[in-house]
Design a protein around this ligand. Structure first.
Ligand code: HAM
Length: 418
């Protein structure tokens, strides 16, 4: 093969598209019921937007961004995630002037130069949401409840919801100190990246995937033991409201997010059926990002689901799309003309009609009808043209009915069979 997709990228072909549509349609319906509106953002941004928000010492910024100079000499980056772009747009368009909460969702591709493996791609699709302007933990609980309803609406089962709090600017310095103290006499056991992070941003050491580092940080103090009063109250209230909304969850004090912008609530949903890449969705609160991007202090919270992680889990249970509503098998030139006109009339009424063009034998036309899973078949020969009537065969039930040869009669018959 001369040309192939790049490593870590994939084509999405029908019939998989039916599964994508199922997920997107379910999510859109649920978003509407919670008042989320769609926003479409560019897939490229100025590089500093991501460095600033995701964090200079994060794996994404250090190792995974698709960054290049455009022809004007500007450094641009293919978005590795949606939140930073969203906040840029939120501030740029003064969306904070609208009444809170402001609720948005987006769907689209993200790019991370990660080592490709099962369920991990370099271009992957997220459905994400962001809710702005409210710092009440009831909103945190509601957004997690919405995520749970979307995932179960899609047909996902056996998921675990883990929540934690990662504190705020107030409690973080104290926690960093406690963590550094714990790590100080083990530093030689850590990789060179972690040794560098120790001074720059020790929290990132908790996110390192190197096996030796994972082992050496065992027993490190959890953030939730170092929360300030405000974060503690917020976290307590989140748990209470999750219970009120009947969202089963566990507290995972060791949950770490790979992005630096989070404050207070952080959460992750995972499936035991995905091996090491188990997170199907994740998110959290980011109360200082709008401020850092030059907007007025505005709290925010959101999450993103990974399409490529969800699809393999539900693929088998989403029904395959059916074939044409009607396959017209004409025998001869005159019949083909009639079939073409009838098909146009049916399409005008919203049905999927296909005409067999190639004038082959009835047998081979019927074989084709089966192959494309046609729901109904009609054969047009001399007799049918003369009487202006024909039998239409319901391929799902096998029965035949007589009908007049005009779009309305055909349409009514097909609709009644559905
Ligand atoms: P994230 O945890 O980096 O968060 O990504 C969210 C989800 O995207 C993951 O749970 C996973 O399902 C999927 N994902 C991430 N990387 C890959 C990959 N290489 N291949 C396939 N799927 C992947 C965010 O992106 C945040 N922006 C979420 C958020 C929104 N937080 C607040 N608002």
């Amino acid at each position: 093969m001369k040309y192939k997709t790049l490593k870590g990228l994939q084509d999405i072909l029908p019939p998989d598209i039916a599964v994508w549509h199922h997920i997107e349609a379910t999510a859109r319906t649920i978003f509407r019921s919670y008042g989320y509106q769609e926003i479409r953002l560019p897939i490229m941004e100025s590089t500093d937007i991501f460095i600033r928000s995701i964090g200079e010492t994060s794996d994404i910024v250090e190792k995974e961004m698709y960054t290049f100079e455009d022809r004007g000499g500007r450094s641009v980056t293919l978005r590795p995630e949606g939140t930073a772009s969203f906040v840029r747009a939120y501030v740029e368009h003064h969306l904070h002037n609208n009444p809170a909460p402001q609720k948005y969702y987006y769907m689209g591709p993200m790019f991370r130069y990660e080592r490709p493996q099962a369920f991990r791609y370099r271009q992957f699709y997220q459905i994400g949401v962001e809710a702005m302007g409210i710092d009440d933990p009831k909103l945190d609980a509601e957004i997690i409840s919405m995520l749970s309803r979307i995932l179960s609406g899609i047909g996902l089962e056996g998921l675990s919801f883990e929540v934690t709090s990662i504190g705020c600017a107030e409690c973080r310095p104290g926690y960093k100190e406690a963590l550094k103290q714990f790590l100080s006499d083990k530093l030689n056991n850590f990789c060179s990246d972690c040794q560098r992070r120790y001074e720059l941003n020790p929290l990132r050491i908790l996110d390192c995937k190197v096996p030796g580092c994972i082992e050496s940080r065992n027993g490190s103090p959890p953030v939730i033991d170092h929360l300030c009063k405000e974060c503690d109250v917020h976290f307590e209230s989140l748990q209470k409201n999750l219970s009120v909304l009947h969202v089963p969850h566990t507290i995972n004090p060791n949950l770490v997010r790979g992005l630096d912008y989070y404050t207070k609530t952080a959460f992750e949903v995972s499936s035991e059926n995905l091996g090491s890449q188990s997170a199907v969705a994740a998110g959290g609160r980011y109360d200082s990002m709008v401020d850092e991007f030059g907007g007025p202090p505005t709290p925010g919270i959101g999450f993103a689901m990974g399409m490529e992680r969800i699809i393999p889990l539900i693929k088998e249970s989403v029904p395959l799309p059916s074939g044409p509503d009607l396959f017209l098998c004409p025998l001869g030139n005159k019949a083909t003309e009639k079939a073409l006109v009838l098909a146009e009339g049916l399409r005008e009424k919203g049905l999927w009609a296909e005409v067999n063009y190639d004038g082959t034998s009835l047998r081979s036309q019927m074989r084709k009808a089966n192959r494309i899973a046609a729901q109904h078949v009609i054969v047009l020969g001399d007799e049918e043209l003369e009487t202006d009537r024909a039998s239409i065969k319901d391929m799902t039930g096998g029965q035949e009915s007589k009908t007049e040869l005009n779009p309305s009669s055909l349409f009514n018959l097909i609709r009644n069979n559905k």
